[in-house]
Design a protein around this ligand. Structure first.
Ligand SMILES: Nc1ncnc2c1ncn2[C@@H]1O[C@H](COP(=O)(O)OP(=O)(O)OP(=O)(O)O)[C@@H](O)[C@H]1O
Length: 644
């Protein structure tokens, strides 16, 4: 336990003296409580006898009242001193955990369920706060009260005191087993609470799927099963705790009964005064509270230890994608090119990759990938599904690191860059467009350089110009016709937008980053062919000097690229222009023919032959550019293209 507390020391800044002051207050309150029976003893022995003066009685009354008020003030002092810094510890630990989660690589997040992280950052840390604010102090106070109380008991009568102490022996023996049982139940319940949080998170996230497939009942059954298991564990935990508390309450009560018989005998034989006997029993009554709370506090401390252990399991996970530390020249050298405005080359040299959680005997996802993009070049990456395209492109901003070979940006290994500089140089947009519950403006400018869009940016107009350019290039002008324009809040994860709208905002975010290298992992898949073509053409004009690697699933995208690389089964099969590859690569022709099928369907739809509805949709997705049909305003987005 001491080791666990020592680990908390980085979070304990500024708490030590307040905690000590709170502890002193709590101890004094405990001592005041203990002194009350002593006053009763004095009262019985020296005041309550024939001929005792009323003035003595009044003095005793005032003394008792004074002690009661003092105890109340001291209890207030304990809370006053400890509660704010304990909340500070919780806050520091929570911020540290969040910071760690941001730094940990994507592979960590692949393998950790979100509910486990949620329960660690919320439930566990409030348990920690309650333990620091209440558990630690009351534990020390209870132990001190019990020790002082036992000294007083021995002082009242050493025989009765020893009888009382004898009850502690079985408790200490039992506490050993209690600790082990309670600790394992506590760990299990906190882990199961994390699993339950994961299930809630997944069900809420996937609510559309569950509803659409009518699987709410099954989801509920699964949830109920988990909740029942957790309830079982909680009951087991409570049973272990209550059995222990029953023992530590029942045993002292039993020995008090024995003490009573022995005490009456001692008074009868004149070996003990009535006052000492009254003081003895008043002291045991005061001790009853601390003795009982020791059981509760032991349970709380064990749960807090589990919470701290769970916290440090995340904090101790190695950040294996980190800034280079050894040779600053390597990183700083690369850094000097960042932001200079010159385009960078991008190269993969013998890159191999295997996911960390892949079975040891499995084939690597990527094998000896060697590819070079010249500065300003646009290269399309094509391949059948599952060939490793997304995996490959995620290595450029170091979302994953190659397990063999290297990725070079501007001729420098990406592992030699300061991460922030690398991620300023490279910008990425994914097929699965993740937006945040914020305005469109903030979502887009999230990617922009801090000097342009940060809180200390000199000229707000520059940020506005960048926003306009990014939205325009991504064909996301629909943003201007939303209720509050670009300041419209887009709801949790942007789910109030259509898939195509979300993708265009995510693309605008990548453009607003003004990167030297732009990586697009099929971010236009939800767009109709026309809009996608317009976006691709605009990208080529606006980002003329930007090196672009684009995972493509459309012939139009492929045709606009300078060169195309074919990835097959984790290896580069061929690289060339679209025309060259069509001529020489059967694999490429096969991939393109599967694209062409999609395109032909879309073309037929687009011409309105099938439903006559499509032109309206085309206008909608084309952001009102008029490319679909002049009549297309049925969805109320006909003005998407027109900015205010
Ligand atoms: N986080 C992960 N952990 C383990 N394996 C993964 C992970 N992500 C992807 N894979 C596996 O890696 C392989 C390549 O996946 P990847 O997403 O790179 O393919 P892709 O070519 O982009 O496919 P698509 O065109 O369907 O998007 C797949 O077999 C997939 O199962």
């Amino acid at each position: 336990m001491l080791e666990t507390i020592r680990r908390l020391s980085p979070y304990l800044d500024g708490i030590r003296w307040r905690w000590t002051a709170g502890l002193v207050s709590a101890m004094l309150a405990g001592l005041v409580a203990l002194s009350i029976p002593q006053v009763i003893q004095q009262l019985v022995n020296s005041v309550l006898h024939p001929g005792g003066s009323p003035a003595d009685v009044w003095s005793a009354v005032w003394l008792m009242a004074g002690l009661g008020i003092a105890e109340g003030l001291l209890i207030f002092g304990r809370r006053f001193f400890i509660l704010p810094p304990a909340a500070g510890v919780e806050n520091r630990a929570r911020v540290a955990l969040f910071t760690r989660l941001q730094r940990l690589p994507v592979s960590f997040h692949d393998s950790w369920p979100s509910g486990q992280l949620l329960s660690r950052s919320v439930g566990d840390l409030s348990l920690l706060r309650r333990w620091i604010a209440f558990g630690t102090v009351m534990f020390v106070v209870s132990i001190v009260t019990i020790v002082v109380g036992i000294i007083l008991l021995l002082n009242s009568s050493w025989i009765l005191g020893l009888i009382y102490l004898a009850g502690a022996v079985p408790i200490m023996w039992r506490s050993f087993y209690f600790r082990n049982d309670f600790r394992s139940a506590s760990r299990l319940s906190q882990d199961q609470a994390g699993d339950l949080a994961t299930t809630v998170e997944e069900s809420v996230h996937g609510i559309r799927v569950l509803k659409a497939f009518g699987r709410g009942g099954e989801a509920l059954e699964g949830f109920r099963g988990q909740a029942d298991t957790l309830r079982g564990t909680e009951v087991r935990k409570a049973t272990v705790l209550s059995q222990f508390i029953a023992l530590i309450v029942a045993l002292p009560e039993t020995v008090i009964g024995i003490s009573l018989a022995a005490g009456v005998y001692l008074v009868a034989t004149g070996e003990l005064t009535v006052g000492a006997l009254a003081g003895f029993f008043a002291t045991t009554a005061v001790l009853a509270g601390p003795v009982e709370s020791v059981g509760q506090l032991m349970g709380m401390s064990l749960s807090a230890k589990t919470a701290i252990d769970r916290h440090f399991e995340v904090m101790d996970t190695a950040v294996d994608i980190a800034d280079p530390i050894a040779d600053p020249a390597a990183g700083a050298g690369a850094d000097s090119s960042a932001g200079s405005g010159s385009a960078s080359s991008l190269a993969f040299e013998g890159v191999g990759f295997r996911y960390p959680d892949a079975p040891a005997e499995s084939e690597p996802i990527l094998r000896d990938v060697t590819l070079r993009l010249e500065p300003g070049e646009t290269m399309a990456l094509v391949g059948l599904t599952g060939s490793g395209k997304s995996t490959l492109v995620q290595m450029v901003p170091r979302l994953y690191d190659a397990t063999s070979g290297r990725v070079l940006v501007g001729g420098v290994d990406v592992r030699d860059y300061a991460l922030l500089d690398l991620r300023r140089t490279v910008s990425i947009a994914f097929e699965d467009a993740t937006l945040f519950s914020d305005s469109i403006r903030n979502n887009v400018l999230l990617g922009a350089p801090a000097e342009i869009a940060g809180p200390d940016a000199a000229d707000p107009q520059t940020a506005q110009d960048l926003l306009d350019l990014a939205l325009d290039t991504a064909q996301a002008q629909f943003a201007y016709s939303m209720p509050e324009g670009v300041d419209t809040q887009i709801g949790e994860e942007g789910l109030s937008l259509s898939g195509g709208q979300r993708q265009r905002i995510a693309l605008a975010r990548a453009i607003a980053a003004q990167p030297e290298i732009l990586v697009l992992d099929d971010p236009l898949s939800a767009l109709d062919v026309r809009t996608e073509e317009m976006v691709t053409q605009r990208l080529r004009t606006v980002l003329a000097g930007t090196t672009t690697l684009i995972v493509a699933h459309r012939p139009s995208t492929v045709a606009l690229a300078d060169r195309v690389a074919v990835l097959h089964d984790g290896a580069i099969q061929d690289v060339g222009t679209h025309a060259e590859l069509l001529g020489r690569s059967a694999g490429y022709r096969f991939i393109i023919s599967s694209f062409e099928e999609d395109k032909s369907i879309e073309s037929v739809m687009d011409s309105g032959v099938i439903t006559g509805m499509m032109p309206v949709v085309a206008v909608d997705e084309a952001s009102g550019s008029g490319s679909g049909s002049s009549s297309g305003t049925a969805h109320g987005h006909g003005s998407e293209g027109g900015r205010p």
